[in-house]
Design a protein around this ligand. Sequence first.
Ligand SMILES: C[S@@+](CC[C@H](N)C(=O)[O-])C[C@H]1O[C@@H](n2cnc3c(N)ncnc32)[C@H](O)[C@@H]1O
Length: 505
Amino acid sequence: MNRLFYGDNLHVLQDTHAFPDASVDLIYLDPPFNSKRDYNLLFKSPVSGGRASRQAAADGSAGASPSNYTEAQITAFEDSWHWGDQAEREFDELLHQPNTDVAEMMKALRAFLGENDMMAYLTMMANRLLQLHRVLKPTGSLYLHCDPTASHYLKIVMDGVFGKANMRNEIIWCYRKWAVTQSQFASNHDTILFYSKGEQNTFNTLYAPLSEGTMKRWKGKKQLAVFNEEGERTATNKDEESKGTPMFDWWDISIINPASKERLGYPTQKPLALLERIIAASSNEDDVVLDPFCGCGTAVHAAQKLKRQWIGIDITHLAISLIEKRLKDAFKTGLEFEVHGTPKDLASARDFAKRDKYQFQWWAVSLVEAQPFQGKKKGADTGIDGLKFFRDVDQKDARKIVVSVKGGENLKADDVRSVMAVREREGAEIALFISLTEPTKGMVADAASAGFYESANGRKFARVQLLTIEGLLSGKQRAEHPDYLPDLNFKKAKTEASGEQKKLL
Ligand SMILES: C[S@@+](CC[C@H](N)C(=O)[O-])C[C@H]1O[C@@H](n2cnc3c(N)ncnc32)[C@H](O)[C@@H]1O
């Protein structure tokens, strides 16, 4: 069964029941590179509150046009590592695991680098690579995607974990990107370290189309062959001509440009073509592909497309909910997967809320299929945790729904009234109030006093809807609003043609 895990991949992988030894055929990982940046997820959002609609009403225009939308952002993940308690603990684990080469090598690196961000990053990576090596089958391979910030150190770590002899390629993924640089060349490539677990790794030679020059030269040769062999072409020429040239270790694949349909707004999203190439080369149909830093799910998308089984892990719930949507948009048939690590009942939801307030909020917001609003680093609390947009019958402009999540054990008497005020302030048609605890009778009465949004076709929807986590999890409750959701919510992945695989090159 295909599986998506929400959680820290080290803890997820340490569960040997879910991840037995030698159970995975191919691993691709694209960990944060220690670039010391925050990566923001972009959403489209109508210009602040109901202004677009109010302006439209005032000047008699039909409603919000594309220029009425701005891009809102939220920090999806942070890419900075610091030497501290956690790094010290993970370093200690490295010293006490069975691969003594790795323990020695990490000690040497620590002596050379000292206790700093890079060492913290390498410690984090070494522990995870050891787990990944454990779960790989003897015929399996691992592709580690990195860049010049740390690729030279990571190669040493990989030599320790996989053994120098199992290094297969250092793949250079090059792309065109405009950049102004001083005193150095523009850095327009990433490095992908390809290692196998053993000597007999699964590998399907891929071919690149022949260049025009080569084609012409070969045609000349072929005629010679035809002439010499009385009309018969040599088998070698025929084969090579149809297959192309065996692919080499530098790959020219475009990055996803901002206007591309493939782009989902998730930072660091990799092109599908890159992942399809890796998966086609190092796995076969029905093999298991694992991406332990799966982001918005490019590797699992490519695996599903190429009929592999797949497992994805990510530490932010934003990624998990984005992947669920991406896959459902792209594959209308034949898609089956389980999501692990997210609360399935009230007790685990309570525990989640206590452990991580923000991830809990993002998860709760995903239960009503809204997009999260504002991350932990944003300024004043607006009282909004999520946004959702709908379009009513015969209306061009999108209407807004605000979502507010209360993860605490106790609700305050005026919590619902504040949400009602937020709805009005924002010009939203509907407000969803999601709580862990049941609202009181007084709150229900407050909410009811907000009345209904009446759709053009006569359907009525409560303007303030009180939903509980338990009600949403059990399916007894759901957000009620007109059904048509414009593509303003998460961006939509292109639907994949069912079944057939496109050419890889
Ligand atoms: C560079 S992005 C991956 C992008 C992905 N290749 C794609 O095409 O969308 C790295 C991802 O690793 C996740 N991540 C960071 N630390 C993690 C950890 N310890 N366990 C699981 N995921 C982690 C981040 O949340 C982020 O989504």
